[in-house]
Design a protein. Structure first.
Length: 214
């Protein structure tokens, strides 16, 4: 299965950042960006930024991060509806995967994951999870939720491990993310974090996901 190279950033993908990435690393096939502004964490995606990235033939991987813990079915469903609302306002078409950003230090349980997946499904979007498969509770919570085979089959996982180093597109490692013991569709790997040259992380993606980005 072929793979695509791309980046994600908390800062807007403007001309300056784009040119930095092109010069230092190569052209990304996709760019992960946050759906909304979170103080001291991320700048939210705008319609102007969407137009800019699309004009360069770059797909957008939408990330939702307006939460700091992931506990409880109702909370998961509420956050999913918020994510879908942000995506809808930005003109992101239904069928696109929306990735919940779950850091290793978050509290997470299987009820939140079920709530997120159900509400995202009801919204017409698709569920993704950025996660650490080694540190933190996500691996246990997801595997509990994934006893429901539909959750396991319809979600896509974006693994943050193993953490190597930022590289150019040409020097990217082979696709080898850490996975969960219960399986799941691990189709994205963030292998390089916090570039000192440009404020980006570097990723490799299974080509099957490209068609379901924006």
């Amino acid at each position: 299965m072929p793979y695509a190279w791309g980046v994600d950033s908390a800062s807007p993908a403007d001309e300056q950042l784009y040119q930095c990435v092109i010069r230092q690393f190569g052209k990304p096939r996709f760019w992960g960006r946050y759906l909304s502004t979170v103080p001291r964490a991320s700048s939210g995606l705008t319609t102007q930024e969407i137009s800019f990235l699309h004009s360069h033939g770059i797909k957008i991987l939408p990330i939702y991060n307006r939460f700091r813990h992931a506990v409880g079915y109702k909370n998961g469903a509420t956050e999913a509806r918020h994510a879908a609302s942000y995506a809808n306002r930005l003109g992101i078409q239904r069928g696109t995967f929306l990735f919940a950003n779950i850091e290793h230090f978050f509290r997470v349980n299987e009820a939140w994951i079920r709530g997120w997946v159900q509400a995202i499904r009801n919204s017409g979007y698709r569920s993704g999870f950025y996660h650490d498969p080694v540190r933190g509770p996500f691996r246990f919570a997801f595997c509990q939720a994934a006893r429901d085979s539909r959750i396991r089959s319809e979600t896509v996982l974006w693994s943050a491990q193993p953490e190597k180093h930022v590289t150019s597109a040409q020097s990217a490692p082979g696709f080898a993310p850490h996975t969960l013991h219960c399986g799941g569709n691990v189709w994205v790997w963030q292998y390089g974090r916090d570039s000192k040259t440009c404020p980006i992380d570097t990723n490799i993606m299974d080509e099957r996901l490209i068609a379901h980005l924006f």
